[in-house]
Design a protein around this ligand. Structure first.
Ligand code: CP
Length: 314
């Protein structure tokens, strides 16, 4: 099967053909984003509900823009504005949303598996995972891959070094799965408390030395250290982390001179990555954000239109 659906709960379970289908469809939609009038009638009359029960800048905005550029109605619900704050359960929340007959629900939630759970309760609604706990963030991995394909001209035979807080990263998990499907090598780089040896069981190589971990890599992806969890004492402090794992032009030029730099964002300048590297010619960080709109247009289109998914850009 080439298209995807009925839901996008994770990268897990997708085939290479389905991944390439999303990338190719996103490439078609990218052109719409360069027009003076950035709108096509593809999803006219459809309704997309963005239910974000955890903070987001890039994902929520790009899903909203994606829906609007496809001419769908887009409604945003955030945790603090919803009746979840009054004690309503997640299941009751989504059953009430379903009663208003949306075509897609895009959800971000702090709990791993929450998106899979609501998909079991909803019928005739496409459910899209916009990041659930430590589980997956599938559209992030897809937009990362589109960015890699544009920058390097291929998605095969790659070595991807992911530097930072893998332990608490759904982005890492979705990227690891996508690159395993493609047969690429993934290295996880960071201190043992954030990149435990057991992660090798997931099919990655584990490195606690930055230089060795990024040596010869095609892609270096910087993950934010989730300092809001520092009370869990995973690392002594951010200065100690930066001393060993800070990404700057000098270390990249010395060990991964041909690498492109990616980061899902938000980036914390001066802690995990140097501004000169983040803003420099190797960096594709803002390109990732740009591609996020096109990838989310492709995913909404494929899931809402289902088998009728044939792109018409007029
Ligand atoms: N990359 C990403 O998920 O960013 P947001 O948390 O801002 O959506």
């Amino acid at each position: 099967m080439k298209s995807i659906g009925p839901h996008l709960l994770g990268i897990e379970g997708l085939s290479r053909e389905q991944i390439e289908f999303v990338l190719d469809t996103a490439e078609q939609f990218r052109e719409v984003n360069t027009r003076t009038v950035k709108k096509v009638p593809t999803l006219r009359g459809k309704t997309v509900v963005n239910l974000f029960l955890e903070p987001s800048t890039r994902t929520r905005t790009s899903f909203e823009i994606a829906a609007k550029r496809l001419s769908a109605e887009s409604i945003n619900i955030s945790g603090k504005d919803s009746s979840v704050t009054k004690g309503e359960t997640l299941i009751d929340t989504v059953l009430n949303i379903q009663s208003m007959v949306p075509d897609a629900v895009v959800m971000r939630h702090a709990s791993s598996g929450a998106v899979n759970l609501i998909a079991r309760y909803l019928s005739n609604v496409a459910v899209i995972n916009a990041g659930d706990g430590l589980h997956e963030h599938p559209t992030q991995a897809l937009l990362d891959l589109l960015t890699i394909r544009q920058a390097l001209g291929r998605i095969d035979g790659l070595t991807i070094a992911i530097v930072g807080d893998s332990l608490r990263s759904r982005v890492m998990r979705s990227n690891l799965i996508i690159h395993k499907i493609l047969g690429n090598k993934v290295r996880l780089v960071g201190p043992p408390s954030l990149v435990p040896f057991e992660f090798a069981d997931l099919g990655a190589e584990v490195f606690h030395d930055l230089a060795l971990g990024i040596e010869g890599a095609d892609v270096v992806m910087s993950l934010r250290v989730k300092f809001e969890y520092l009370k869990d004492v995973f690392i002594p402090n951010l200065e100690e982390y930066s001393k060993h794992y800070f990404l700057n032009e000098r270390v990249i030029a010395a060990h991964a001179p041909d690498a492109i730099i990616l980061a899902p964002g938000p980036i914390v300048r001066g802690v995990e990555i140097d501004s000169a590297l983040a803003d420099g010619p190797r960096s594709h960080i803002l390109k990732q954000v740009e591609n996020g709109v096109a990838v989310r247009m492709a995913v909404l289109f494929a899931l809402v239109m289902g088998k009728r998914a044939e792109v018409d850009l007029n």
